[in-house]
Design a protein around this ligand. Sequence first.
Ligand code: GCU
Ligand code: CA
Length: 468
Amino acid sequence: MRLKASLIACGLLVGAATVLTGNAAVAAPTRYEAETAPATCSGTIDSNHAGYSGTGFCNADNVIGAAAQFTVNAGAAGTATLGVRFANGTTANRPADVLVNGARAVGATFAATGAWTAWTTATLTVSVNAGANTIRFSPTTAAGLPNIDYLDFEVTGGPTGGNGRPNDANLQYYGRWNRSDSSWYAMGWAGGYVDARFTGSSIGVRQRNTIDLYFSINNAPLQWRRNVSGNVTLATGLTGSSHTIRIGYRERAGSYTGDPVFGGLILASGAQTMPISRPANFVEFIGDSITVGQPNANRPFTAYPWLTAEGLGAGHSQVAQGGACLVSQNCYGMMDWFRRSSAWATYDDWNFATYQATAVVINLGTNDVGHGVSTTQFQQGYITMLQRVRSAYPNAHIFAMGVFRNRYVTETRNAVAARTAAGDTRVYFVDTTGWINPATDTSDNVHPTDAGHAKIAQRLRPILDQYI
Ligand code: GCU
Ligand code: CA
């Protein structure tokens, strides 16, 4: 708006030609070539099909995990138009998810273009933050992506106000949410949350059945509303033009059968949501009750995963369940279960393209002992786990923590060494010896107290910080 007005003013003063030149410069999209860093291509940069621009194009590997990623710069937050030039010389679509800053924003069809030399441009609209944004094309079928030549990027509109419903594009979800019911998005596992920016002087949330929820407005300390349902008012009398809110739920596990679903924000009359930025990094923690933060009252947000990631300014989730093991031997084996959307999903239903973790931290082995898992079995299982995490998150840094009770630590270390020897350059063993004193930092020799969790976070955070 302000730009347009000043251009018109400029035109009035110095003539139409100046206005046209100015306008063209403002309107031109910026071109980002797929072959030029910081763009990445999980495949090869090829030049064997004529008609591309620059020096080549991205021929990504024809697998689901492969991707072409661009890093674009937005002068302001708002709605951006993406022009992605591609060629698909097959006869079938090559569908893909488009992830903006790690979260799925929209889908692309990438229809057949008739030949690998027939290049065409698909136009998409997404919301972006001010500054750097990653735009990632992630194929949804094993056919992979089309060949991708470049991305034209331009912020074409201001931020769009939203209505706060669960599918409002301005909301940012963290963790594994089941979105199959558009009225109630369901939080799987533990430590999931939704962030929003909103206008107006009050805010509330719709809940279905009884749940313990926690929230923070304008980054104030998190607080609980326990046993709430229906329309829950969280704040009134807010002053200022816009506010932020974070809402999360107590995990459904064991004897706790609350209903961790998000039914949308209740905005003041005439108010709306606005875009809120999403950090570049996302850390997924996979583990058992220690990673959930059980049995402490303020879990998940006093547990080490939350504290570690918040300290790094990263998004996070706790894909963890009390009693879980690594190996599925009469136990909840996370090497299998981490591929699910929740601890009660009936098959491996999670779509890892929903978001990509930039780091994954595994803390497993404390419970396998009680289920008779041999050291050989554990080590083999851990290698498989690391392979599976790698295929779920092709670029993530993966950290395998030795468990605090000193169980299978040698096998954990060996599994990391085996994956390193197999060529994985982003997998690390984390030696936790001496981090906590079971006598004083746990409530029962196993589960860290809040202070114990804080100690762990203090040790883990600088380690992750070296990589993300
Ligand atoms: C052919 C073509 C590649 C393309 C590939 C594919 O090999 O030459 O440029 O990427 O098919 O099917 O993805
Ligand atoms: Ca290809």
